[in-house]
Design a binder for this molecule. Sequence first.
Ligand code: BG6
Ligand code: MG
Length: 221
Amino acid sequence: MQITACIFDLDGVIVDTARYHFLAWKRLTDQLGILFTEEDNERLKGVSRMASLEIILEIGNRRLDENRKQEYATLKNNWYIEYIKKMTPDEILPGCLPFIKELRNANFRIAIGSASKNTPMILERVGIQGLFDAVADGNIISKAKPDPEVFLKAAEMIGVKPGNCVVFEDAVAGVQAALNAGMLCIGIGSPKILTEAHFVVSGLSEMNLAKLRIIENDARL
Ligand code: BG6
Ligand code: MG
């Protein structure tokens, strides 16, 4: 079975929005008097907005009622939107556009699989909303990674079987979601962190089609 489709996570794979998430959460935690570090922020990668707030409250040893949680999640998101509204095409991570172009020329199907409800705005701001055959994001799924829902949905939208898809992911929960979907997974980041991925590269600038075929063959052995 050959890989014929690539599904890309958005945050941390195509654009580096982790720092904007951090700045927005930091503003909230400062207001709540919770100490929140960049190291803590790592735990929020790939995790939904509400689940991220739960982790922050656990770090601060706080309990809030549901209404308050909704209020704070909205407040954080409003701040986050202030940052992403100012994003420009320069913020597309290195190697992403040439790799997608090569895949397109080879007739691959290409999709986004992201937990973020802000996916449409980010794609629009960096000018790549027309680059994908399908966008599966936080607006159309109900189960967060490591559940495979977002990737299975993306595969369904592009009409490709899960076994013919490869996922590019920077988050541990995202790698697990890809494996749970029965897909090949290439981690973006550190092999020490993304231990479950079939292969890990530091960024899409390390990827090309020939390398994808090698990784695919090795994973099958
Ligand atoms: C993921 C990010 O892609 O989307 C998480 O890695 C984020 O950090 C999640 O919490 C949800 O994003 P949003 O934009 O809907 O709050
Ligand atoms: Mg990510």
